[in-house]
Design a binder for this molecule. Sequence first.
Ligand code: MN
Length: 487
Amino acid sequence: MKKEFWFIVGSQDLYGEEVLKTVASRAQEMASRLSDTLPYPLVYKVTAMNSQQITDVVKEANHDDSCFGVITWCHTFSPSKMWINGFVALQKPYCHLATQYNREIPNDEIDMDFMNLNQAAHGDREHGFITSRLRMPQKIIEGFWQDEEVQRKIARWMRVCIGVRASQSMRVMRFGDNMREVAVTEGDKVEVQIKLGWQVNTWATGDLVKAMNAVTEAEVDRQFAEYQEKYDIATDDIEAIRYQAREEIAMKRMMDANGCRAFSNTFQDLYGMDQLPGLASQNLMSKGYGYGGEGDWKVSAMTSIMKAMGKDENGASAFMEDYTYHLVKGQEYSLGAHMLEVCPSLAAGKPRIETHPLGIGMNRKDPARLVFEGKAGKAIVASLIDMGGRLRLVVQDIEAVKPIMKMPNLPVARVMWKAMPDLATGLECWLLTGGAHHTVLSYDVDAQMLKDWARIMDIEFVHISKDSTPDSIERELAVNDLLWKLK
Ligand code: MN
């Protein structure tokens, strides 16, 4: 599907034809030059002079699936009562670009004609008032449009809008229920559909086994060849790898047939299956499918959405679990991994396929899985939880490091990181928010992007950064409790 963003420029009819022509041609020029720097085209639509034109272009934007969001800009003054009917009807993500065509005030040239043509400072304020008055989810990007920082912000906001659409069209395939007795992976499937658009439904494990049995040996051969090309095979148990191939093909077939982009399963319900999908789930994640272990459909959908928000719509974002700490003074790190299923998009090098016994759960054959170290770099972990009556998205900044030890007997992929502001304070903040042990770890999506996403979806957002303290988080949560009761 074509993906584009619309550029709508505010003006009014008092300026006369000459000025309006100049505004339109500059807007066209800006949209086209900006598009060269952005991941998606910015298409100039109209220089709007009255309420009808604004309402018309909004209706068109709402109706057109290729429009993923609208960006407005006021070259001149544009009285905002003209915008009310359009904004009230607007169903697409919205961004106010507070910029102007010229960078400098031209000392010699400036006169009242120049002032009338170039009054973004004036127009911005009227525009800001009405979006504030309407309590719209506001996104403001400010600065000179040719500056790299401004372009970077627009690009990231566009990726947020890709995440909004991914959410609105999200379908999750659940194989089996949530792990028995676990609280934080539960949630209100009706609420997530109302707020986020997700369709979360269950399919029988027996149906998956049927689909696995229908996979041909030739199909398994092809899948095996793909594994051979992408990964190093470090096991003699070829049958275990072929079994994972069969699982992957069957799960992908069922998901694609039902329009699902994410799935969950649980080691407590593998009826009729010899291996918990490991390599199978990991390779599906590398293709953009979301996954959540132990029936965690919330983290599964978030993984897929955050992948879609990343580079080439399949960024370095992955299902992750906090496992254990290294509490040596000056080397305080968290070690994250999962029973099997960590996405190879996090890998620092070429992943190895290994087989090992499953340490927990039913008596199954040794599942094949990808083993690797996560790469170093700035990242975030994000967790969506159900607070009863509202959804809360918790995001923490982290710094991933090359694992400081080899851990030769650890049979799974691993990522090591330093939580912000430090392990102890960051932990206290995280526990205060109620964030889960399951997260999406991302090198590609940052906290600002998820804040923008949460604002558009109208859910609570809490950010643990280098500046957070338990006191500041506690106060923020208390205020949020009150605000969300009023909503
Ligand atoms: Mn888990």
